[in-house]
Design a protein around this ligand. Structure first.
Ligand code: NI
Length: 287
């Protein structure tokens, strides 16, 4: 597996012997280099803690890697916040009282995939899709709001106020979140098409979900918004050529991503949240 294009990013690596490691893939200065097929990584946490010096820097052979996963946004946010306080994150639990940390992210919990929270699994990008693969993502966009409408039909107002998991968002909050997320994604997308690798900012989706519109506005408003937005997004996508899809965004949390990956993430994100709702409906026998 090719690791170089993840240089400078925080990721979760799964190796051939089924171990996972949360680490930064380090960018080496020009005067330090490793043989081809090797990368220097800085491990923050790993599933096998029995290994001596299980954290910190080590050289990893690319052929030992079976999969690279992106980290959840809140884990990444936790890492970034922690780094502002403790430059050597590996030392963090030794050097500071945990209670003083600006974030309470536990790296250990990354190990288990939460089925309720990630019913369709984590996002796994195809870095260089063929034009057919790309088209298959574009083709899924018109189905998103059709599926969403179908999923939400016949739900009562009480059901819409039910959290999809313990301490999670309600269905209504999830629907408003989809509209907000897609509006942000659409604007970022257009900036990358018209500016040279713009830096785009993340937003506090947890706090947005506490604002009044998430409680007061009927979900129909956000469904209509999504329908309008997706039709405009499709028009933009259909006018793009391959080079356009290789244009990049710089993000705080995910590093540099191409518009190909932004498109895939857009589709995944919608499917991910709709699946949270459908699995709640199934678990409760609502339809
Ligand atoms: Ni989301």
């Amino acid at each position: 597996m090719e690791l170089n294009r993840y240089a400078g990013q925080y990721v979760k690596i799964i190796t051939k012997n089924q171990e996972w490691m949360v680490c930064e893939i380090l960018e080496l200065p020009d005067n330090e280099s490793l043989p081809d097929g090797h990368s220097m990584i800085n491990i923050f946490d790993r599933s096998n803690r029995n290994i001596k010096s299980s954290k910190g820097r080590m050289v990893l052979m690319h052929e030992d890697v079976v999969r690279i996963e992106e980290l959840e946004p809140e884990i990444l946010q936790g890492i970034h916040l922690t780094l502002t306080r403790v430059p050597d994150i590996v030392e963090v639990y030794k050097s500071l009282n945990r209670e003083e940390l600006p974030s309470r992210v536990s790296f250990g919990k990354i190990g288990e995939l939460d089925q309720t929270r990630f019913p369709i699994g984590k996002f796994e990008p195809i870095p260089l899709p063929s034009s057919e693969e790309r088209q298959s993502f574009i083709n899924q966009i018109p189905d998103i709001t059709i599926t969403l409408r179908h999923t939400l039909t016949n739900l009562t107002l009480d059901q819409l106020q039910t959290p999809y998991r313990h301490e999670g968002w309600t269905i209504q909050q999830v629907v408003h979140h989809l509209a907000d997320n897609d509006m942000n994604a659409y604007l970022r997308f257009k900036r990358a098409l018209t500016e040279d690798e713009p830096l785009v900012h993340s937003y506090r989706e947890d706090l947005w979900a506490e604002l009044n519109d998430y409680k007061d506005v009927p979900i129909e408003t956000s469904i209509l918004l999504l329908e309008s937005l997706h039709s405009r997004f499709l028009s933009v996508l259909n006018g793009m050529n391959s080079d356009d899809y290789h244009r990049k965004l710089r993000t705080q949390l995910l590093g540099n991503i191409t518009l190909d990956i932004a498109l895939q993430r857009f589709v995944w994100h919608n499917r991910h949240h709709i699946a949270q709702i459908t699995s709640l409906i199934r678990r409760n026998g609502w339809s």
